[in-house]
Design a protein around this ligand. Structure first.
Ligand SMILES: [Zn+2]
Length: 367
């Protein structure tokens, strides 16, 4: 299968893997956080070992782009390790493992949130919805805006798992609607210090600079973690241009690589990236990268703890290698979810339900 994938890719496989949070206490964190964003430090190490065992050589995004563009050839299949969102636990638990094993990595930062005490909308919503469940909250739907009411109803009625409902919601509504829902829930459940999740804090600029000094790379992931296909073009331009400038100023590096929030992109968005001096952008489309492929729609495999969970419920090395070799994709047992979406051009109205509902099934985890 690896040979077939190499043939399909045009010579060498170029695998880009994506992680969010590497945690010390997986079982504890599982009670508090979105499961699909988590991987324990041991499993993360197991993945890196599995990747070496599957014949991959770890490379920087720049090396992978050179090979894809035909500027150089690779001796082995390449694997690029990426992190989205700049969670602090990546600095605490992922970075030491990478450093020890000599594995390069790139982290995509939501620039305006770095060094602040803010939490992501998805983490805040997850936390507030869990709180609503735990308190047996009964909402009066007539006084809650429609998007928020729908989300609450779906979760509290148990019609969908919390993370699946949240994934659908984030896939449907703009950043402003998400903020509005957070505000509504906080008003209904508060006041109290427990409304903001403790976990899910982000790196600060000193930590970023320390990683830069050790040769780790950083890319942009918008200013405030905004799904850009949901936003009008003036917002897209600002999020792209200012996130790049802020990371460059704070970290003292050149930023030319981008990660789409939710993995979603449009032709308009790609044009904005090109105009602002970016050379690549990663999606969450789980497909092989081809030699000669588009550097602005790089395919990635999003990984988390249960990706390696064997039949006995523990870490399975053979399953991990099968997954990293993309056996299930090659056999057609798994369908990738496309990230290309229509670009919203009008100014979004937070309470409007007249949104562009994207085609295709919701993704498992794509933030
Ligand atoms: Zn993200």
């Amino acid at each position: 299968m690896a040979a077939y994938r190499r043939y399909q890719s045009g010579g060498r496989r170029i695998l880009i893997v994506s992680y969010h949070r590497v945690v010390g206490d997986f079982t504890g964190e599982l009670q508090r956080s979105i499961p699909g964003l988590l991987i324990s430090q041991e499993t993360f190490r197991g993945h890196l070992e599995g990747l070496s065992a599957a014949g991959y050589e770890f490379a920087t995004i720049g090396d992978a782009l050179d090979v894809m563009a035909g500027r150089r050839t690779a001796r082995k299949d390449l694997c690029v390790v990426t992190f989205d969102d700049g969670y602090r636990d990546v600095y605490r638990y992922g970075y030491p493992v990478l450093k020890e094993m000599g594995v390069p990595a790139i982290t995509y930062l939501p620039a305006a949130l770095i060094g602040t005490n803010e939490r992501f909308h998805h983490d805040r919503l997850f936390h507030l919805l869990r709180l609503a469940q735990a308190r047996g909250y009964k909402p009066l739907f007539d006084v809650i805006p429609k998007p928020s009411a729908e989300l609450l109803d779906t979760v509290l009625s148990g019609r969908k798992r919390l993370s699946a409902a949240l994934d659908d919601f984030i896939g449907q509504y703009s950043s402003a609607a998400l903020a509005e829902t957070i505000q509504v829930l906080e008003e209904k459940l508060g006041p109290g210090p427990d409304l903001l999740p403790e976990q899910g804090d982000l790196m600060d600029w000193d930590e970023v600079r320390r990683m830069v000094k050790d040769g780790f790379e950083f890319g942009a992931h918008t200013l405030g973690h905004v799904v850009l296909t949901h936003e009008p073009l003036e917002v897209v331009e600002r999020e792209v241009c200012e996130s790049k400038a802020l990371i460059e100023r704070e970290a003292g590096i050149t930023v030319r690589d981008f990660a789409y929030c939710n993995g979603w992109y449009s032709d308009d968005l790609i044009r904005v990236l090109v105009r602002n001096g970016f050379r690549s952008a990663v999606t969450t489309e789980d497909m092989p990268n081809r030699i000669g492929g588009d550097p602005f729609t790089l395919k990635r495999k999003v990984l988390w703890e249960n990706f390696s969970l064997g039949l006995t419920g523990g870490f399975s090395r053979s399953l991990t290698v099968c997954q990293l070799d993309d056996c299930f994709g090659t056999l057609g047992m798994r369908e990738p979810v496309p990230g290309r979406r229509p670009q919203r051009l009008a100014i979004p109205t937070p309470t409007s339900t007249n949104t562009l509902r994207p085609e295709g099934p919701p993704e498992e985890v794509s933030w």
